[in-house]
Design a protein around this ligand. Structure first.
Ligand code: ZN
Ligand code: FE
Ligand code: FE
Ligand code: ZN
Length: 266
């Protein structure tokens, strides 16, 4: 059985990834993947919002790089997508981004729990010491629920990102997950099994088995992503992600083409 599509990959335009899309595609072909998708960090209305995304003027350049990979590897299906930051109030900006190119899908991710704190940023790790972990998780999952409810996204990225550095609340989080997953199910928005968590301090796929079990119960669909920031990370730990999905009960995943979805077995 072939591996599911790797729908979460970056490019050097975001300033913290290496390798051109053609290099990621070459690696995917080597691994025997049949489908991948690029989902680099989308521009913000202000280019100086932070330092880990492409500039607005680079959006066409990004699309051209992905198109070059498509023509270089015609045997591989390569999707054009974005990982878009969800912040409350950004809805119109996100709608305008969605209209600029014929995206195959949009991943909605919450990295920011305030205008200035991106919780996965290693440079801001000290912020975690000033906050109560559960409060951060509450704000994060509230925003994630809003992201799903907005219907702006096809997939929600790394659904339990706050665990990245291994800092976890002692309180039960299932009620937070439930509210988010109810919103995702209602919006028929997928969540991704993102293997990058295995490469971080939390040493665990995003999301946890607990969250994924609740997602399965609520019939929330799934996709798969390596969140590769280098060609060597393409498809990384996909066997493990597939095993987790199957042990949870999942047998189907989504493919996307111009924001239309199709169910495929894995
Ligand atoms: Zn990144
Ligand atoms: Fe992300
Ligand atoms: Fe990413
Ligand atoms: Zn990501």
């Amino acid at each position: 059985m072939s591996l599911p599509a790797d729908y979460h990959m970056h490019t050097p335009l975001c300033r913290h990834a290496v390798g051109e899309p053609v290099d990621y595609a070459r690696r995917a072909v080597e691994l025997g993947l049949t489908e991948i998708g690029f989902s680099d960090h989308s521009p913000m209305p202000q280019d100086d919002f932070d330092n880990w995304r492409m500039f607005d003027r680079q959006l066409d350049d990004y699309v051209a790089k992905v198109r070059l990979a498509q023509t270089t590897f015609p045997q591989l299906t390569i999707r054009l997508a974005l990982e878009v930051d969800y912040l409350p109030g950004h809805e119109n900006w996100i709608r305008s981004l969605a209209a600029r190119h014929p995206w195959d899908y949009l991943i909605g991710s919450v990295h920011y729990v305030s205008e200035t704190w991106d919780i996965d940023n290693p440079a801001k790790l000290s912020e975690w010491k000033k906050r109560d972990a559960f409060e951060v998780w509450q704000i994060y999952f509230e925003r994630l629920s809003q992201a799903a409810e907005s219907k702006l996204f096809d997939i929600i990225g790394h659904a339990d990102l706050p665990k990245k550095f291994g800092i976890r609340p002692t309180q039960p989080c299932a009620p937070l997950y439930e509210k988010f997953l109810t919103a995702a199910a209602q919006a028929s928005c997928a969540i991704e099994l993102n293997t990058a968590g295995l490469r971080k301090e939390c040493r665990e796929i995003y999301p946890s088995a607990e969250l994924l079990q609740l997602a399965f119960q609520k019939k929330v669909p799934i996709t798969f992503g390596s969140d590769a920031h280098a060609p060597a990370e393409v498809g990384m730990n996909f066997a493990e992600a597939v095993a987790l999905a199957r042990s949870t009960g999942y047998r189907e995943t989504y493919r996307f083409n111009r924001r239309q979805r199709e169910i495929v077995s894995f």
